[in-house]
Ligand binder design. Structure first.
Ligand SMILES: [Zn+2]
Length: 94
């Protein structure tokens, strides 16, 4: 079994040894560290609210090389789709 530390507890609770049939919903586009965990988890899909650029605009700056990556390629590789961006960004305005 290959498991990454952040997913050990959820996997144990689900009685699974992997997350291939799971979908991740997150308020913001995963950073490089999170993408590493997502790579190991092999999620079926990832849905995110605010983009990495939105995060940067609000002062949550990812690594420089993250912004130099091709975002379309990243979204395709990790099967990522943006949803409810306005609502996700809205929490930073409160
Ligand atoms: Zn992250």
């Amino acid at each position: 079994m290959r498991s990454y530390t952040p997913f050990k507890l959820p996997l144990k609770k689900l009685g699974k040894d992997g997350l291939k049939d799971c979908v991740l919903y997150t308020s913001c586009e995963p950073c490089m560290m999170c993408l590493g965990a997502c790579h190991w988890a092999q999620f079926k899909a990832i849905y995110f609210g605010a983009s990495a650029q939105d995060a940067k605009d609000y002062g949550f700056v990812y690594s420089k090389c993250y912004y130099q990556m091709d975002s379309d390629q990243r979204h395709k590789e990790f099967r990522m789709t943006q949803l409810l961006a306005k609502e996700a960004i809205g929490v930073w305005d409160e």
